[in-house]
Design a protein around this ligand. Structure first.
Ligand SMILES: [Zn+2]
Length: 157
């Protein structure tokens, strides 16, 4: 049955009502931060998510100017560390709005739910995440993104 249900943007917390016939994710997008996915916050949906396997991880956010020697060296460390991860690069300049929201909410630990069917992509407490995302700026000297520090936990697919 199609009903209005309460949904929330897991990235910035904006609440909205969505007409759906289920309690899963919807992809209508957040009007506030441009995250692509909203999570249902009706009790039945929260109970279901509470039953999923989950681990705590840390999201590391970076914004580096690689035109300086120091910045380039810092970026090489991140690149070398993450070379085994899937890197999803986003050209849409609006994506940096979402990146900033993730940066704000990533201080401390976040929850990753059981792996999804897509390599390097996770349902998390702050929205759908890739294990390494980077924004492509017109100014190629600016590198901004985040990567997931799995803290030794292995749930990668
Ligand atoms: Zn949002």
């Amino acid at each position: 049955m199609i009903e209005k249900r309460k949904y929330m943007c897991p990235t910035c917390g904006t609440k909205t009502e969505v007409e759906t016939n289920h309690w899963g994710e919807v992809y209508s997008g957040c009007k506030n931060c441009l995250a692509g996915i909203l999570y249902c916050i009706e009790p039945i949906a929260i109970d279901e998510r509470n039953g999923w396997d989950k681990i705590l991880v840390k999201v590391e956010h970076y914004r580096i100017n690689v035109s300086t020697e120091e910045g380039y060296a810092d970026y090489k460390v991140i690149e070398d560390r993450n070379k085994h991860l899937v890197c999803a690069a986003f050209i849409n300049p609006q994506f940096s709005t979402r990146m900033k929201e993730i940066g704000k909410r990533s201080e401390g630990l976040i929850t990753l739910y059981k792996p999804t069917q897509w390599k390097g992509q996770y349902v998390s407490s702050i929205g759908r995440l890739h294990d390494w995302e980077e924004t492509i700026y017109p100014n190629e000297a600016i590198k901004e993104g985040y990567y997931i520090d799995f803290l030794g936990n292995e749930i990668r697919v």
